[in-house]
Ligand binder design. Structure first.
Ligand code: ATP
Length: 387
């Protein structure tokens, strides 16, 4: 096993597309790190660079302390699991798992033991003679895993390995993969665009965003799932992690004796909070406040911060999501140079999570308050969290 270090990695394709810029992070020995982000954020390119399938324009890649930037893929001692599993259809499960070892001219009896041990671990022993076409999607996925495991590599690289499975199987397999990783203790770098998969599987999660020039970095934050949720470092991470997503509201901030008055832009809704140094710097300016859906509470009308009609309520059984509009310009989190130049200008739809017993009738007015101590504050120009 090994640690893996990305040190100032950059990749610009020949057509000028900047896919990756200034990415630095390490995966510790035995750690499971997930790369997550929207389409085009460079996660597959980073993984392919780790595998040696893509060259780097800048930076270095280390395994333990050895520089492998120029090392050929076959000499890197890593195993990759792809989205489409890349199984050989004409070969049995046994041969699919044994193929890489046979290529390396490993003795037959040693191969046999490795394949049968992996098949046992993955509950595939009964299927060793079958062809991939006669397996379910989940079983095929396990064969792809088996083929990686038998090599006893220093690290696993996985590119959306569960995305071809149906929703229920995906949930089951993500638990199994995580358990397997804990048992084997192999350093793993795992790519997904699904933030729930990232949060449930990663020891740490790296949130990436597309870059359009070489100036910024794709890497927005790398932290434990809980830390990403509780302390997102900027608007992008705050908006990407969490479902339904965090609500964002524009605030005009003014200082009054010992307190800060926060007025929601374009409305007559306001509240006061104790002065705090990092926020007081923004007095006289606009800031952005983030409210997670579960931070709203249904309250008596006299205590309401929001008292709006609820045009849409989604009752999911354990929770109800209620949606309502405030007459305030929305916030575009994908653009740090936030311009207000966005569809639905002047109207911001918010979502609150409430207990199902309090589900309102259509268009009922619902008084809601917010736990003001838990609000997230952001600089509207840089997008950085204010704390
Ligand atoms: P997805 O989730 O859609 O697979 P991703 O986060 O994995 O996206 P990448 O595939 O790494 O993103 O692509 C990052 C950027 O690099 C994208 O803008 C993509 O269009 C671009 N890109 C990828 N491969 C090439 C290539 N061979 N030539 C030019 N641009 C490329």
């Amino acid at each position: 096993m090994a640690s893996m270090t990305f040190d100032g990695i950059g990749k610009t394709f020949p057509d000028g597309t900047v896919a990756v810029a200034n990415v630095s992070f390490s995966v510790a020995d035995g750690e499971f790190v997930v790369l997550v982000g929207p389409s085009g954020c460079g996660k597959s390119t980073l993984l392919r660079m780790a595998a040696g399938l893509e060259t780097l324009n800048s930076g270095r890649l280390l395994m333990d302390d050895a520089d492998v930037t120029e090392t050929e893929p076959q000499d890197r001692d890593i195993a990759m699991v792809f989205q489409n599993y890349a199984l050989y259809p004409h070969m049995s499960v046994y041969d699919n798992m044994a193929f890489g070892l046979q290529q390396r001219k490993m003795p037959k009896d040693k191969i046999d033991k490795l394949v049968r041990d992996a098949a046992e671990m993955l509950d595939l022993a009964r299927y060793l003679e079958r062809k991939p076409g006669a397996l379910s999607g989940g079983q095929r996925q396990r064969v792809a895993m088996g083929r990686a495991i038998v090599r006893h590599p220093m690290a696993f690289l996985m590119d959306e390995p569960l995305s071809n499975l149906d929703a229920k199987l995906r949930v089951q397999m993500r638990g199994e993969l995580k358990l397997l990783n804990q048992r084997l203790g192999v350093t793993t770098l795992y790519v997904t665009h699904d933030q729930v998969e990232a949060m449930t599987m990663g020891d740490r999660v790296a949130v990436l965003k597309p870059v359009f020039n070489g100036q910024e970095s794709n890497l927005q934050q790398i932290d434990t799932p809980q830390k990403l949720y509780d302390k997102p470092s900027n608007l992008f991470v705050a908006g990407f992690i969490g479902s339904p997503a965090m609500n964002f509201v524009r605030i005009e901030l003014t200082a009054e004796a010992g307190t800060l008055k926060a007025a929601i832009t374009g409305t007559n809704i306001s509240f006061s909070i104790p002065a705090q140094p990092a926020l007081s710097v923004f007095a006289g300016r606009q800031v952005i406040v983030g409210i997670r859906p579960e931070m709203f509470k249904v309250c008596p009308e006299a205590e309401a911060l929001f008292n709006e009609q609820i045009p849409v309520a989604e009752a999911l059984g354990a929770d109800t999501f209620v949606f309502f509009d405030i007459a305030s310009p929305p916030v575009n989190i994908n653009d740090a140079e936030d311009t207000e130049d966005f569809p639905n200008k002047g109207k911001n739809r918010l979502v609150a999570r409430i207990p199902p017993a309090l589900t309102p009738r259509p268009n009922q007015v619902l008084p809601l308050t917010v736990d003001l101590e838990k609000l997230h504050w952001f600089d509207p120009v840089t997008g950085a969290a204010i704390r």
